[in-house]
Ligand binder design. Structure first.
Ligand code: AHR
Length: 640
């Protein structure tokens, strides 16, 4: 028996093995259509937080490459030793190469050699790495070497992980020069050291250093990009989140090595400013996705946000457009979606203010943005309840979409929940927010005749220990089921949801997790990818029988029927589908995500455990479809 026939046979057996499983019936009427689902519900959100951008998307391997922290301080990953002891390093503030200060080392002919290094790097056997350092030396500095090594090996010659022992850099007295180097690692090691050594007599200034895998794509991680391409999200919100309320976009443009490192205004750690507006636009281009830029209405003023808009969309001869052209981007980016602020209702937000005051600030920003271009799609900050009651009235003429956020999070999750309760918490919030907006529409005079739809531009689970850096939570099969059920809820409310941005794509609370050398989908990324690729866009009315969550949709051309079934139970279930006004074929495509245990999960450094299984399956309307315990099943039929 050929493998394909065998699989088909097994799937037939599986589908018809529902005799023992409890049965549920649902009616799907192909004429009871909802409004088309906006593709933007599959949006994503990346924020400068934890290892989302740096350590997730961006390929830089070094920490603090611009020396925000003083070398040899306890916060700094850089050490400078002489004869095994901490050596003097001057953090020179006069004419710093970048930021506040630049490390300066004095070396002497008759003193021990100085080593300047960073530990904790992960290299893989036979992989190539490219790096550079901006250096300035006085006359008398004879030689500088750089090496990647295993610091545990005592013998110097054996320590090098590079096929050549050392790369010798030229040293020119005078101005800064860019010393470039590359390595091929001879063995895999998590804990490698990048080390510089200096010989001769004089002073050396180290402006900035960089090290990346040679396969980086314009500075981005090839492995992460590959998964992001599979995710195929149509829109990305950036740069925050709480981050944006203290961010100055000017810091993130121009020569990357000269952009200042800053303390992240909202989160722990350093903002290196290596990934700014131009890199975000390149990221969107590489992923063939649309940008959605949030502007700073916290510490930020309208003029600076307007300058950002002009930088992105202005003509080449406008003041900010000229800067963009100088930075190598002749054509305006034509960014359509702009977020006017983030969560300004929260006292955790930089620049938080009372709602009456903020309504004025929103309107001031929107007037300026619309004057620049009346066709932009502007998103105001919303929050159901008191905040929305003011914003929806006072800003009804000053928004195109209203942003809402929800998290099933450490602060509102019930640890005692059963799996079905955990799963239903996500659609529960999506419905709650949709219902609130339906109520505003019915009650507020200011909204009459308007159709302000929702951009749920942050939504997710957020709970449990941080295993992937700051806020780096892990997701389980039960979370994947909740995200699938959440997508079903967007389909059920397709008349009011225009956009949804899953937070925050990579690491943090994201659907892709990376280690230093690996990247993999979380369980939550799988339904996002599966539905985006295969699910229909014309939702059909289905009375979903709890605790299952069932949704159905036709493809745009009406030729294909798709049905999604989330089973949060520990046992299999048989679902009889009574399809009216359409005739599904006898064979369907079946996609399945499931786990033996609701706590099963993936890990970027282990073989993928939870994935999407795809198969051809026979369909017998009389017997129905049997779905596995803890599963998401999507069925796809060509209609006869
Ligand atoms: O997603 C993490 C944070 O959650 C975002 O920065 C903020 O907007 C929200 O409170």
């Amino acid at each position: 028996m050929k493998l394909r026939t065998l699989i088909f046979f097994l799937v037939v057996c599986f589908l018809t093995s529902g005799i023992a499983a409890a049965q549920t019936s649902v009616t799907i009427d192909a004429t009871k259509k909802g409004e088309p689902v906006s593709p933007y519900i599959y949006g994503q959100f990346i924020e400068h937080l934890g290892r989302c951008v740096y350590g997730g998307i961006w390929a830089e391997m070094l920490e603090d490459r611009k020396f925000y922290y003083s070398v040899n301080s306890k916060e700094s990953p850089w050490k400078c030793l002489a004869d095994g002891k901490s050596a003097d390093v001057i953090m020179d503030k006069d004419a710093a190469f970048v930021g506040e200060h630049t490390p300066k080392l004095n070396i002497f002919e008759n003193k021990p050699v100085r080593t300047f290094y960073q530990d904790g790097l992960a290299v893989e056997k036979n992989r190539e790495y490219v790096g550079y350092a901006w250096l300035k030396c006085t006359a008398g500095v004879e030689r500088i070497t750089v090496d990647i090594m295993d610091p545990r090996e005592a013998q110097l010659q054996k320590r090098s992980l590079n096929e050549k022992d050392f790369v010798v850099l030229p040293s020119n007295p005078g101005d800064y020069y860019k010393a470039e180097f590359k390595f091929r690692a001879e063995k895999s090691l998590d804990g490698a050291r990048l080390e510089f050594r200096f010989f001769g007599e004089g002073a050396i200034y180290i402006g900035t250093v960089s090290l990346m895998p040679a396969d980086n794509v314009h500075g981005m991680r090839a492995d992460t990009l590959e998964l992001l391409k599979q995710l195929d999200s149509p829109v990305y919100r950036w740069p925050g989140g709480n981050f944006v309320s203290g961010y100055d976009w000017n810091d993130g443009i121009g020569d990357r090595d000269r952009r200042p490192p800053r303390k992240n205004p909202a989160w722990k750690g350093v903002e290196h400013n290596d990934f700014g507006l131009d890199e975000f636009m390149l990221f969107c281009k590489l992923l063939k996705t649309e940008p959605y830029i949030a502007v700073n209405t916290g510490s930020g003023k309208v003029d600076n946000a307007l300058a950002e808009l002009e930088y992105a969309n202005g003509a080449a001869d406008s003041p900010q457009g000229k800067r963009r052209v100088e930075n190598g981007h002749a054509e305006p980016y034509r960014v359509k979606f702009w977020g006017i602020g983030n969560e300004m209702y929260g006292d955790w937000q930089i620049g938080h203010m009372p709602v009456e005051e903020y309504a004025k600030k929103n309107n001031e920003f929107v007037d300026a943005f619309r004057k620049f271009d009346p066709n932009l799609v502007l998103v105001a900050v919303g929050d159901t309840g008191k905040w929305d009651e003011v914003i929806m009235r006072k800003c009804a003429d000053h928004m195109d979409l209203i942003s809402e956020h929800f998290y099933v999070a450490d602060w509102n999750i019930n640890k005692e929940w059963t799996v079905p309760e955990h799963v239903q918490s996500v659609p529960g919030h999506i419905k709650r927010i949709a219902d609130a907006h339906r109520k505003y529409r019915a009650e507020f005079e200011e909204l009459k005749g308007k159709d302000i739809r929702i951009a749920l531009d942050e939504w997710n689970y957020w709970y449990g220990p941080h295993v992937f850096g700051e806020l780096g939570t892990r997701y389980f099969v039960k979370d994947g089921l909740g995200i699938a059920a959440g997508l079903h809820e967007y389909f059920r409310n397709s008349d009011i949801y225009y956009m949804a941005n899953y937070a925050q794509t990579v690491n943090v609370i994201g659907c892709i997790k990376t280690s230093k050398t690996g990247a993999q989908f979380e369980t939550t990324g799988l339904p996002l990818m599966l539905y985006r690729k295969h699910f229909g866009t014309i939702p059909l009315d289905v009375a979903s029988p709890k605790p299952l969550d069932i949704a159905a949709a036709l493809t745009e051309d009406g030729k294909t029927l798709t049905v999604g079934i989330v089973n949060p139970l520990a046992e299999k279930r048989t679902v009889k589908l009574d399809v009216k006004n359409a005739v599904p074929g006898k064979v369907c495509k079946r996609f399945e995500i499931n786990g033996k245990d609701p706590m099963d999960h993936n890990d970027p450094d282990a073989p993928q455990k939870i994935d999407i299984a795809e198969m051809d399956a026979a369909y017998d309307a009389e017997k129905g479809v049997t779905v596995a315990p803890y599963s998401v099943t999507v069925l796809k039929w060509e209609l006869k």
